[in-house]
Design a protein around this ligand. Structure first.
Ligand code: SAM
Length: 238
């Protein structure tokens, strides 16, 4: 089990803990109530921060961590056919080098009606600029391929969901539409994320103030989507 004191830097940070609760809360909503925690697995769970929000699903990652229930790559899932209710990916989808190998595996291990719930970078005007020019990870929309070469699990292309769900949406539907239906599309979290410095860097801006800003952002309507940094969606197995 996780020693939650390992996560105290996040747990003690007023903004980041609210950010994580917000993200995992939306993922739990996408998965819905018809799933059992023992048949739900987070892929790329890192330090297991979902536990800070009270979620007790399984934790898996390709890199070792004391928080893990299992160690495996997303492209090879160690589960029986149709044995799971849900797979959760928070900020992990864009790190998976062969996303279609993951989708093949997800389709195999999920029961019919089971869900892949994803929280990943969004492509609004502000987010696109920040991810492209100010973020340490890659944002590459020019590559024709969804897969990318990887020598390290931290390699990524943050534009991966943009390419699959927006740029190549007809191709995505043609290749995957008979196996997964896209549901519950939502956009979340605005400039508070930028002002916070992100998950790995802290700024001098007050966490309490950023938390209030996050709460305000979450109550805005669709007009605010231009300023949002993340989206959440579900893919339901047919
Ligand atoms: C940005 S971190 C997100 C960690 C955690 N979900 C969170 O939000 O705190 C991405 C995670 O994906 C994992 N990862 C990268 N490639 C993976 C793969 N092919 N299979 C499984 N996990 C992978 C990394 O090891 C890392 O823990």
């Amino acid at each position: 089990m996780t020693n939650l004191s390992q996560n105290s830097d996040i747990a003690d940070d007023e903004y980041l803990s609210a950010f994580y609760r917000c993200a995992y809360g939306h993922l739990a909503t996408v998965v819905g109530t018809g799933h059992q925690p023992s048949r739900t697995v987070e892929i790329g769970s890192g330090r297991g921060l979902a536990r800070l929000s009270g979620h007790s699903w399984w934790h898996s990652d390709v890199l070792p961590s004391e928080a893990l229930t299992l160690r495996n790559s997303a492209e090879r899932l160690p589960f029986h056919d149709q044995s799971l209710d849900a797979l959760i990916l928070k900020d992990t989808w864009h790190h998976i080098p062969d996303i279609e190998a993951f989708l093949d595996e997800a389709h195999r291990v999920l029961r019919v009606g089971g869900t892949i719930a994803v929280f990943d970078p969004y492509w609004g005007i502000l987010a696109r600029f920040v991810y492209r020019f100010l973020h340490q990870e890659r944002w590459d929309t020019r590559t024709p391929q969804w897969s990318f070469p990887s020598t390290d699990p931290w390699d990524s292309n943050q534009a991966l969901t943009y390419m699959m769900l927006r740029r190549d949406r007809e191709d995505f539907h043609r290749r995957w539409g008979d196996r997964f239906v896209l549901t519950e599309y939502q956009r979340h979290i605005g400039p508070s994320f930028l002002l916070s410095g992100g998950v790995s860097r802290r700024t001098a801006v007050s966490g309490a103030w950023l938390k209030r800003l996050l709460s305000w952002e979450e109550r805005r309507g669709p007009w605010f989507d231009h300023f949002r940094f993340f989206h959440v969606f579900g893919l339901v197995k047919q």
